[in-house]
Write a protein that binds this ligand. Sequence first.
Ligand SMILES: Nc1ncnc2c1ncn2[C@@H]1O[C@H](COP(=O)(O)OP(=O)(O)OP(=O)(O)O)[C@@H](O)[C@H]1O
Length: 253
Amino acid sequence: MSLLTVNQLTKSYQQGQPAVHNMSFELQRGESLGLVGESGCGKSTLARCLLRLEDIDRGEILLNGVHMEKLHGRKLRPLRRHIQIVLQNPAAALNPKLTVRDSLVDPYEQFKQELALKHFTVPSLDRYVQQLLEAVELPASLGSRYPHELSGGQRQRVTIARAISIEPELMILDEPTASLDVLSQGAVLKLLSSLQESLGLSYLFISHDLAAVYQMCPRILVMKDGRLIDQCSREQLFHEERHAYTKELVSMY
Ligand SMILES: Nc1ncnc2c1ncn2[C@@H]1O[C@H](COP(=O)(O)OP(=O)(O)OP(=O)(O)O)[C@@H](O)[C@H]1O
């Protein structure tokens, strides 16, 4: 069974065309699936629908075969625990009033009753935070800092540490390196790859950056105007006859 199955998902905002129109795809356990398309094509709306931050108009979202599309409130807890998101702007993702340590402990405190961690141990919260910082290659001493006392790259590593802290099955990475300089981008991509392997994570990797998608994702979905218009392996993206729009995206790159 697929980890995530999306069937004919449609989402409209108040006016105009649906932002996501009739999208269907599957994401397998352990897969890193790319999602590309120009600005405004509906990538972030799709991510928000998968996280159930938006109600959808029509369609189905199944996580491990369980329908998520109609759940609300506390019934969404399994989804909150199994899907985590890392966004483009780490400054907005972290609470400025919390130290790194407190940000990292927060998801654990919320979900500890239902967690069965396989990779991290919690002999004490300090030791747990130390393991999380180690996993994202940050020194333990950063635990006492506030987000504004970190560089952009360090902040993004903290948001990644927070996302992996409860060992989700799926991470939605929405332009995770877009706000970073080129050197930090490469380092964060490398980190994400190694975490995927060591923690057995699955990724939906959303990006404008075709080189990053190529590096991270063996399979790639192409969206245009809210629709899924093409899907292919990363080799096919650059080397085979593809949908005219996919060729245009590649040629613009
Ligand atoms: N909260 C909202 N209310 C109304 N319209 C919205 C809202 N959020 C997004 N849209 C519209 O939905 C469409 C898809 O936007 P979305 O942010 O999902 O695209 P995107 O592919 O993620 O773009 P980008 O790559 O620039 O982040 C756009 O036309 C956008 O203007």
